[in-house]
Design a protein around this ligand. Structure first.
Ligand SMILES: Nc1ncnc2c1ncn2[C@@H]1O[C@H](COP(=O)(O)OP(=O)(O)O)[C@@H](O)[C@H]1O
Ligand SMILES: [Mg+2]
Length: 383
């Protein structure tokens, strides 16, 4: 077996990285809330941040914290049927805890992924879920444990389901139950959720905004992972690889992965590391940029294109001009939409900049082939 066969890096959505960079303080504070008892703030947490920043990974980490304390967990995604699936999980958990399975279900293995259930929530269903949760929590209390519910990819589509889950959670917390709810979603989804009038209770949640991790920690993690897996890397190569990630967690794994596979030798040279970095950046375009752009409206994309001629942060004034002289109010609407979508951020002096690394390069190179008009022809809405 060559060293090449076991690549330790994990460049895919939701996979636990070989080393979790920069998140220890957050994990520790949530771990503390599991120990502190009902009412501790971290027991109601919402992770938010751009695509690929590590939200799903954090949900997995919290799950591990819960399991290490003997808690049960239910992991779900916020799509239609959420409440019905929670009900199924609860049935499943209750049955698994019974000494003997009931006759009716003997011999049937319930699927672990309950993705097929997509029934919409009804009041009866919500009542039933609450009843089941209460009886499970009663039982867990006797053995000194509790229940963690994680909900990933929170977005507007499952609003009525999330309302039910929130209402139930509110009761459980008020009743001092050993229960925790941890959710994750893109900034736009989370901010619209937190501004929902019915969901005011969620504003109490501990909002954890995940952002890029420090480059020096990236450097240490990349080298440590390479060394722990039996190889070495040229010093300059290690620095260039760390720099190339921009501290963006997904790119850390992608660069690590391609740098590792750039050679079969046990020492990674600067030349092969550079090949790896190039390969990683190419993949980033199809894995992250294209997907992110697909989720946006035409005007959102035009706004992003209008930023691309600048070498760094863009002035709003220039963006408006390049969009064909649109009004500032109009530009601001799209600016705010893109901030919420985790695509851009405000920087000093009223300027905006891309949040995703290499998005500028991607738009310059591929904008036209993605159906985005070249910037000078953009927009014909003269004021
Ligand atoms: N703290 C971290 N350190 C190193 N790699 C990370 C970290 N967080 C996430 N990753 C990696 O980044 C990628 C994206 O993580 P994921 O949780 O799927 O992001 P999100 O859910 O925010 O889109 C995965 O390949 C994961 O292994
Ligand atoms: Mg995710």
């Amino acid at each position: 077996m060559t060293a090449r066969s076991t690549n330790p890096f994990k460049p895919s959505a939701g996979s636990t990285p070989p080393l979790l960079i920069g998140r220890q303080p957050v994990i520790e504070s949530i771990a503390d809330s599991f120990d502190e008892g009902p009412g501790a703030p971290g027991r109601l947490t919402v992770f938010t941040g751009a695509r690929g920043v590590g939200k799903t990974v954090m949900l997995n980490e919290v799950e591990e914290v819960a399991n290490s304390r003997g808690w049960l967990t239910i992991n779900e995604t916020a799509t239609t049927g959420l409440v019905a699936r929670i009900e199924e999980h609860l049935t499943h958990l209750a049955e698994a805890r019974e000494p003997r399975p009931r006759g009716r279900i003997t011999g049937i293995t319930l699927p672990l992924r309950l993705g097929a259930v997509s029934t919409e929530v009804t009041p009866e269903l919500a009542v039933d879920v609450r009843r089941r949760l209460n009886s499970l929590l009663d039982e867990l209390k006797r053995s000194g444990s509790g229940l963690l519910l994680t909900i990933d990819e929170v977005h507007a589509a499952a609003r009525s389901e999330l309302r039910e889950v929130t209402t139930i959670t509110q009761h459980l917390i008020r009743e001092d139950r050993e229960f925790a709810l941890v959710m994750a979603g893109l900034p736009s989804a989370v901010s619209s959720l937190l501004s929902d009038d019915v969901l005011t209770f969620l504003r109490r949640a501990d909002k954890q905004v995940l952002s890029d991790v420090p480059i020096d920690e990236v450097h240490d993690a990349l080298s440590a992972t390479i060394i722990a897996n039996g190889r070495t890397i040229d010093e300059e190569a290690g620095h260039q690889a760390a720099e190339a990630t921009g501290g963006y967690p997904f790119l850390v794994q992608l660069v690590g992965y391609h740098v590792w596979r750039s050679t079969a030798a046990s020492h990674i040279t600067l030349t092969s590391a550079r090949d790896g970095i190039t390969a990683a950046r190419r993949r980033l375009g199809s894995l992250v940029h294209e997907t992110a752009l697909n989720d946006l409206s035409d005007v959102d994309r035009t706004f992003l294109m209008a930023m691309s001629p600048d070498p760094g942060p863009s002035r709003m004034r220039d963006i408006l001009k390049r969009m064909g002289g649109v009004a500032p109010q109009y530009g601001n609407v799209y600016k705010n939409r893109l901030i919420d979508a985790g695509m851009i951020g405000s920087v000093a002096h009223g300027k905006v900049d891309y949040s995703l690394p290499y998005l500028r390069d991607f738009l310059r190179e591929h904008g036209a082939s993605l159906g985005l008009a070249p910037i000078k022809k953009v927009g014909n809405k003269k004021k």
